[in-house]
Design a protein around this ligand. Sequence first.
Ligand code: APR
Length: 247
Amino acid sequence: MNLTAARNALRSASRVAVLTGAGVSAESGIPTFRDAQTGHWARFRPEDLASPDAYERDPEMVWAWYAGRYQDVLRAQPNAAHHLLTQLEQRKRAGFFLATQNVDGLHHRAGSGTHGGQLVELHGNLISGRDEVTGEIFPLPAPEVLATPPSSPRGHRMRPNVVWFGEFLPEAALTAAQDAFATADVALVIGTSGAVYPAAGLALETLQRGGTVIEVNPTESDLSAYMTFAVRDVATRGLAALLEQEA
Ligand code: APR
C-alpha cells in the first residue's frame, strides 16, 4: 500500500479505531515513557515507581512522582496531532474510536470523545485519583494545592488513577476497545512502541478481520511487521499527511 491508497482507505472508512502511545504527546514536550527520567527521578526506573509493590512500600514517594507528572501535563498543551484526531472524529462521528495508553489527558483536552465518537484512557490518567476503599474516581485538587497522599471526599486515601505494571486494564474500556478494533475498517497506530499488552494487540484484531492497519511512528516499533502501511514521521506531520492537511 502507498500513501495515496492509505489516504483513500482512511477517507472511505466508516469505522476507524486509533491507538496512541507516548509518541503522540512527544511534540507537546512530554517525554516518552522509555526516555530517560530526569532530575531527582533519574535514578529510578518507571517500572519501579508505577507498581503496586512500590506504592505499598512507599506511597509518599510514588505520590510525589505522580504529583510532579500531573503538574507537567497540566503545563503542556495538546499538539496538532491531538487536534487532527479530533477533526477525524468530527468526520467519522460514531464510527470513531480512540484508545490511548497515555495518562496525560491531552486527547480529552483536545476534545476527543465529544464529537459523537469515543475516547478511552486504557491506562487511566494523572488528573484524577481513586478511592482506595470504594474504588470511586475523583478529580484531584490543582497541583499547587495537592497534598499527597490525597484523600477522597469519602475520607479515604486515594491512589493514582493509573494502571500499574502487573495490574489489569479496566475491563469495560478494554472490551470496548477490542470491539472497536475488531470491527474497524482502518486502524491507526500512532506513537507507540507496541511493547505493552493487551493494548499492543488491538491493531492485530483489525488485521485479523481483514481491515487496514496504518502506523505513524518515526522509527520501527514491535508492531511494524504487521502493518499494511507505515508513515515514518512524527505524529503531527504523519497524521497531516494521512489526512491531507497542512502539517
Ligand atoms: N511522533 C510519533 N511517534 C513518536 C514520536 C513522535 N513525535 N516520538 C517518539 N515516538 C515513538 C517512538 O518511536 C516509540 O515507538 O513513540 C513510541 C513511544 O514508545 P514508549 O515510550 O514505549 O511509549 P508507549 O508505547 O506509549 O508505552 C506503552 O508502556 O510503560 C507502559 O503504561 C506505559 O502507556 C505506557 C505503555
